[in-house]
Each structure stands twice: as C-alpha cells, then as structure tokens.
Design a protein around this ligand. Structure first.
Ligand code: NAI
Ligand code: MG
Length: 490
C-alpha cells in the first residue's frame, strides 16, 4: 500500500501513484531453438547461424541463419519459379483471396505476434499490440482490395508485374515493414525474397507459418535472414528485378550506386530529421502529447520521428515546462509490461550511436534534461532526453539520432519556421500545430516533407502514401502509389 498524505482539508491521497506490474504472457510465443531460411515453402537448413537476443535482457532467444550468397541464390530461384509457374498468371481475384487470408490470420494471431515483436525488438507491448499488429493486418486487407482492380487503378496503362522483388527491411517495425513490402508486391502479382534486419528476424520467421497456413503457393514468399552481407548479396543477384529498401541513408546510397545502370528498379525509404512546428496559437496540452508521441514512440526508432521541435519563441517557456513535467510520467522498462511507455533500445550498436550523439550535444553547448528514472541493469536502455539551447549547426540538430532524444529550437515568424524546418538533408515528414486552418495549408505547401501532419503526429493509414524528399529516399509506399513500383506499364 502506498502511504497516504493528508493535504489540508482535502481527502487523503497516496503520495505516490505506482502501477503494479502488468506483464503480458510471454508463453504465448513458442520459440524454436533454431531457424533456417524459408525457401520455396520449405525450411532450408542454414549453413551459418548466429544468436538473436532480447535487447531488454540480452538473453539469447534462438539461433537463426546468416544466409550465404548460395542460399540467397536458392531463394531467388524459388521466387522466379513461383513467378513463372503460376503466380503471375492466376486470376487477380485469386491473388486477393490469399492476401485476405493472410490479413485475417495476422488478426487471429495478433497477440502472439505482438509478444514476439516486443521480445525480439524491445518495443513496448502496448505499441506492438495497438500499432504494429493492427496496421500490419490493415496493410494486407488494403492491398487485397487492389489486387483485382489494377486496371482501374491505372486506366489504359495495362499494368503487369515486375517479377521477383528483393526486399530489405529494418528493425524498428519488423513485421509492419514486412507488410508494407510484401502486400503491394503480391497484390501486383510479383513474388518476393525478403530479408529482415539482423537484430529482429523472429516475426518474419513466424510470418512464414502464416504463409503456410494461408496455403500461399510455395516460393511466392521467401525469407532469408542475415546481416548486411546477405542484403548486399540479394541486391547484387541478377535474378532480382526490383529492390525495395528501408534503412539508413548510408546503405541506401550504396545500393543506389550498386544498381545504377543495371536496369533493376529501386525504391528507397531512408532516414529523417523531422521538424515538429508549434505555433503560439496551438493547444499546448495537445501539442505536448503530440511531441511525446512524435519522439518517444518506439524509443524514437522511427524514420519519421519528430526529432526537432521548433517552438514559437513566445510560448517556448510554458511549452517546455509542460513537456518536462510530462516526461516525468513516462514509464521506462520491461517491454512486455502493458504499462510501459518506453522500452529497450534495439541493440548495443544503436545505444552506442545514441550515446555518442548525446555526448556531442552536450559538448557543443546544448542543455540536457532527463527526467529521473531508474533504468534496468541488464539490456540496452536510454532515458527520454530533451535538449534545449540547440543551434541549427549542432550535430543533434542535423543528424538522425534514432533514439528517444529531442532537440528544441525556437523561431519567431512562420518564414523562419519554414526555413529552419527545411534546413536538413532529409525530407520525410513534419508536424504543424496551430488553430489556424489557413496556416496549416500554407505550411504544408512550403515544408519539403513527404508527410505533413497537422495537430497530430505519427498517424498511419495503408491508404495514405508514405515516402521522402532529398536524402530520405524516393518512391512511395502505401496507397495506390505504393503499387506502382511493383508494376510495369505498356
Ligand atoms: P542499416 O541500413 O545498416 O540496416 C537496414 C537493413 O539493411 C538491415 O536489414 C541490414 O541488414 C541491411 N543492410 C545493411 N547493409 C547492407 C548492404 N550493404 N546491402 C544491403 N542491405 C544492407 O541500418 P542500421 O545499421 O541498422 O542502423 C543505422 C542507422 O540507420 C540508424 O541509427 C538510423 O539512423 C538509420 N535507420 C533508419 C531506418 C529507417 O526506417 N529509415 C531504419 C533503420 C536504421
Ligand atoms: Mg548498418
């Protein structure tokens, strides 16, 4: 029982509100000791393996394969076989049926998938349960609807599938990024070889079960696991017609160089350094919620995270005050606890990167604030952090930190806000907070960002295209636009 404190004549209240632990059941997930590659509908015994861990405890969860070029080759051949021997010719309505099945199975097994996603990736169960899983299923439902309507989506253009797609996804939304890649590719009649990120392969491997349960023809979906070497092997493979990549700008540029002149199609969804712009007429409490969701959601491992807060100078003090008080209420800890707001950092490598950039912020002269919070001893953790007094030239205002770290800058006029917001090599997303509709529209016109949210942040819908400008990449995922990279036209 918490101690009761008597406050003058008011009823006694506990001096500290605490949440009892509310852990989700880990045993919803049955892990195998060892996983192979999923090729042509069968499990291929891997030549080399490595251990994948739980980043919140550093405990090994399973052995998974590190695919060699020969194994990648087998997967690409299986995809080619499936493409030529049936999948590209079956009726589009048949294809849609498989996608609907996958969507429904994901819904049925969503609790299991959510636990696995949190276990292997460190994200709070509340987020995997309420965001990753519903959105993954929604993506399959959405593209199932397009499969037999391609002629209407692209009238008079005679769409046909590209062939075999090589797809490489990152670790921040493992199953959701898989869905963003696989659903439109299949709807358009392609077959795929997908490589999950090395730190988070398990939900993609469980997805192979779903593929079997849906009785998808063998070879339509192939999954190979491994690190960047496997990814590079897939990019180089001559049997691949199209590469879809989500990850770092650095690797995106390398892939771009590699594919130049090969005729292979390429879409890139890369990093970001989004501005979340708060005008003086914004509803401050709502804005604070949007700021928190913008940067602390998924530990800030979000390409479209609102990592640069641009506040109009006149409201800077009250807003930052409210934000700091709100941060004190964030619960950092066990990803499988339903009350957790901020989970574990995905990997030691990512934690080191965050620490290095935060140290550079302090050195360059920014003022750091972290709410008091006790971090677990094992595993990879970083406290929610806010930097004020940030100059545009500081690394923390320029580089993608990809962690729970917010850099605050101020502005006086809308022009200055636009100039500062656009002053980055990236252009993936932005947020605008104001009561004025006209100002929202004016800002949306002038911000060089693929997505501009108004009085909200980090909202996703499969019908809405997503993608960047400049070094954030090219090509769109989601919506009708998301089908185009997987189609050829006469
Ligand atoms: P990364 O770009 O190295 O990894 C993303 C995916 O690409 C993984 O599946 C990886 O195995 C694969 N990959 C790595 N090297 C490759 C290569 N040469 N050819 C083909 N595939 C390759 O990103 P990393 O190292 O995990 O994270 C570094 C930084 O990148 C992060 O701190 C963050 O700033 C950014 N990032 C951005 C993401 C986004 O959603 N835009 C996602 C992940 C990371
Ligand atoms: Mg890397």
């Amino acid at each position: 029982m918490t101690e009761l404190e008597r406050k003058r004549d008011r009823a006694p209240v506990p001096s500290q509100w605490d949440y009892a632990p509310a852990p989700e059941a880990r045993d919803l997930v049955q892990l195998r000791e060892r996983y192979g590659h999923f090729v042509g509908g069968e499990w291929l015994e891997p030549k080399e393996t490595y251990a994948t861990i739980d980043p919140s405890t550093e405990e090994p969860l399973a052995e998974v394969g590190q695919a060699t070029n020969e194994e990648v080759d087998l997967a690409v051949r299986a995809a080619r076989d499936a493409f030529t021997n049936g999948w590209s010719d079956i009726s589009p309505a048949e294809r849609a049926k498989y996608l609907f099945r996958i969507a429904r199975i994901l819904q049925e097994r969503s609790r299991e998938f959510a636990v696995l996603e949190s276990l292997n990736g460190g994200k709070p169960i509340r987020e995997s349960r309420d965001v990753d899983l519903p959105l993954s299923a929604a993506h399959f439902f959405y593209y199932a609807g397009w499969a037999d309507k391609l002629e209407y989506a692209f009238p008079n253009r005679k769409p046909r599938p590209v062939g075999v797609a090589g797809q490489i996804v990152p670790w921040n939304f493992p199953l959701l990024m898989l869905s963003w890649k696989i659903a439109p590719a299949l709807a358009a009649g392609n077959t795929v070889v997908l490589k999950p990120a090395e730190t988070t392969p398990l939900s993609a491997l469980l997805f192979c079960d779903v593929v079997r349960q849906a009785e998808l023809p063998p070879g339509v979906v192939n999954i190979v696991t491994g690190d960047g070497r496997t990814g590079a092997g897939l990019v180089k493979h001559e049997g691949v017609d199209k590469i879809a990549f989500t990850g770092s700008t650095e690797v995106g540029k390398a892939i771009h160089r590699e594919l130049a002149g090969t005729g292979k199609r390429l879409t890139l969804e890369l990093g970001g350094k989004a501005a979340n712009v708060i005008f003086d007429d914004a509803a401050l409490d709502q804005a604070v919620e949007g700021i928190v969701n913008g940067i602390y959601f998924n530990q800030g491992h979000v390409c479209c995270a609102g990592s640069r807060l641009l506040v109009q100078e006149s409201i800077s003090e009250p807003l930052i005050g409210k934000l700091k008080r709100r941060l004190e209420t964030l619960r950092v800890g066990d990803p499988l606890d339903k009350n957790t707001d901020v989970g574990a950092i995905n990997s030691r490598q990512q934690l080191d990167k965050i620490k290095e950039l935060v140290a550079s912020g302090e050195e360059e002269g920014a003022e750091i604030y972290q709410p008091p919070c006790r971090l677990p001893e094992k595993g990879y953790w970083f406290a929610p952090t806010v930097f004020t007094n940030v100059a545009q030239s500081y690394r923390i205002a320029q580089e993608e930190i990809f962690g729970p770290v917010l850099s605050v800058l101020t502005f006086r006029t809308p022009d200055e806000a636009v100039e500062k917001a656009n002053n980055t090599p990236y252009g993936l997303s932005a947020g605008v907070w104001t009561e004025k509709g006209s100002r929202i529209l004016a800002m949306a016109q002038r911000l060089r960002a693929g997505v501009v949210w108004a009085n909200t942040y980090n909202r996703f819908d499969p019908a809405s295209p997503f993608g960047g400008y400049k070094e954030s990449g090219y090509g769109r995922e989601g919506g009708r636009h998301g089908l185009e990279p997987y189609l050829e036209f006469e």
